[in-house]
Design a protein around this ligand. Structure first.
Ligand code: ADP
Length: 382
C-alpha cells in the first residue's frame, strides 16, 4: 500500500476513535470559543473544549492536512497545509474550493463525500503536483496532501535520461553494425579500403566505451554518501593531465600554458578530481581555434584551492551558459560528436566538484573564449 494511503487509514482510524469518544453531532467551529463565565452548562464546556482539538489534531500530522465539516467547509488546516496552499485565516471556514482554489482538490473531496470511500488522486495546482488522499470520518472529511512536485521532476529527469542515453548509445552501436557489414563485404574485394573502415570501426567502439564509462562515472558520482577522502595533490593531477593532453593540443595547434605551485593538496577522491581537470582541459582544447591557447592555473584562496582553465576558443552564447552542465547538453551537437564529445563531461565536472563541497563557475564571451573556475575546499584531511 502507498505510504500516504496507509497514513490516511491510520489517521482516519485515530480520528474515528476520537470522534466516537466525543459522540456524533458535537461538531464545533475551529475558532476557539470565547471563554465564558464559570458555571456555564456542560454542553457549552464540551463545545468550547471541542473547538481546538481539530486544530491540534491536524497540527500533530507532519504532512499537510485539512479537516472539513459535514458541509465540506474547512475547519482546520495545519501549518504545512497553509504554507503549501497559501491559506490565510480568512479563507478557513470557506468551502474547499474557496480555500484551496483547486477544482482538482475540490473534486476529490466531492467524490469521497458522495462515494463514501477513501480516494487518492494526483492533481496539479499552481504548477505543483499534489497527491490528495481524502477519507470520511463520520460527516467530516480528512484531506492529507503530499507535495510530489520534486519527486515528479526527478522521475521526469530519470525518464529523459534513459531516453537520451539510449539515443546516444544507439549512434555508435548502429555505426559499428554498419561498419562491420561493410568490412565483411569489402575485405575480400578491396583490402586497402577495408583498412580505413576498420579504423572508423575502432573510433566508434572507442566512442561507445567512452560513453559507457562516462555514464558509469555519472552514476557513481550521483550516489549520495560520505566520500572516502585522501590527500590528493591537485598540482600533480594538473601536470599529469596536461602532459597526457599535450599531443592532442599540438595536433590542433593549441598551446597549453600551466601555472601551478609545486604541491597543492586537497582532501578528496583522486579519480573524481582527475575527471574534473581532464574534462575541463579537454574541452578547452576541443572548443578552441587553431593557434589558440589554454591557460591552466591553480591558486590558494583562504581555505580553498582555485583551479582555473581559460581558453581562447569559440566561446559560449550567454543563453547557453547555464545549460552546459546539463547531461547531454551540447551547444553544437555536430561539433561535439565530431570531436568525440558525449555531452556528459561538464555534468561529471559539476557532480564531482559539488560532491567535494566545491563550486564551479563559467564565464564566456562568444568568439573570444571561456574560463571555468573551480573552487575546492582544501579539507582538514589534506
Ligand atoms: P561534450 O562531450 O559535448 O564536450 P560537455 O558536457 O563537456 O560535453 O560540454 C557540454 C557543451 O558545452 C559542449 O558540447 C560545448 O558546446 C560546450 N562547451 C564546453 N566547454 C566549452 C569550452 N571550453 N568552450 C566552448 N564551449 C564549451
Amino acid at each position: 500500500m502507498e505510504g500516504s494511503a496507509l497514513l490516511v487509514l491510520l489517521v482516519v482510524a485515530a480520528l474515528a476513535f476520537t470522534l466516537g469518544r466525543r459522540g456524533r453531532g458535537d461538531v464545533a467551529p475551529v475558532a476557539p470559543a470565547a471563554a465564558g463565565p464559570a458555571g456555564e452548562d456542560v454542553a457549552d464546556d464540551a463545545e468550547r473544549a471541542d473547538g481546538p482539538w481539530r486544530t491540534e489534531f491536524v497540527d500533530a500530522l507532519n504532512q499537510p492536512a485539512l479537516l472539513l465539516d459535514g458541509h465540506g467547509h474547512v475547519q482546520a488546516a495545519n501549518r504545512a497545509a497553509r504554507e503549501l496552499l497559501g491559506l490565510t485565516s480568512p479563507t478557513l471556514g470557506g468551502s474547499i474550493l474557496e480555500s484551496t482554489a483547486s477544482t482538482g482538490v475540490a473534486d476529490v473531496v466531492a467524490r469521497v463525500r458522495s462515494g463514501r470511500a477513501p480516494l487518492t488522486v494526483d492533481v496539479e495546482r499552481a504548477g505543483r503536483e499534489l497527491r490528495v488522499s481524502a477519507s470520511l470520518v463520520g460527516d467530516e472529511t480528512l484531506v492529507v496532501l503530499t507535495d510530489r512536485t520534486r519527486e515528479r521532476q526527478i522521475e521526469d529527469l530519470r525518464r529523459d535520461f534513459v531516453v537520451n542515453a539510449s539515443h546516444e548509445l544507439k549512434t555508435p552501436v548502429t555505426a559499428i553494425q554498419t561498419l562491420g557489414d561493410a568490412i565483411a563485404v569489402t575485405l575480400p574485394e578491396d583490402p586497402d579500403r577495408a583498412g580505413s573502415l576498420i579504423k572508423r570501426l575502432n573510433d566508434e567502439s572507442e566512442r561507445l566505451a567512452r560513453l559507457v564509462g562516462e555514464l558509469l562515472d555519472l552514476r557513481r558520482l550521483e550516489v549520495a554518501g560520505p566520500l572516502e577522502r585522501v590527500p590528493v595533490d591537485l598540482a600533480e593531477v594538473v601536470r599529469l593531465v596536461v602532459a597526457e593532453q599535450t599531443p592532442r593540443a599540438e595536433g590542433r595547434r593549441v598551446t597549453l600554458e600551466v601555472d601551478v605551485p609545486d604541491t597543492a593538496p586537497v582532501a578528496g577522491v583522486h579519480a573524481d578530481l582527475e575527471a574534473v581537470v581532464k574534462n575541463l582541459v579537454s574541452n578547452a582544447i576541443k572548443y578552441n581555434r587553431d593557434d589558440g591557447s589554454v591557460h591552466v592555473t591553480l591558486a590558494t584562496d583562504g581555505s580553498d584551492r582555485v583551479l582555473q582553465v581559460a581558453d581562447t576558443g569559440i566561446g559560449i552564447r550567454q543563453q547557453d551558459v547555464p545549460r552546459v552542465f546539463e547531461r547531454f547538453y551540447r551547444v553544437d551537437t555536430a561539433r561535439s560528436r565530431a570531436t568525440g564529445g558525449t555531452g556528459l563531461g561538464l555534468s561529471i565536472v559539476r557532480h564531482a566538484v559539488e560532491r567535494h563541497g566545491g563550486t564551479v563557475q563559467v564565464e564566456s564571451e562568444l568568439g573570444a573564449g571561456t574560463t571555468f573556475r573551480v573552487r575546492l575546499p582544501i579539507g582538514s584531511e589534506a
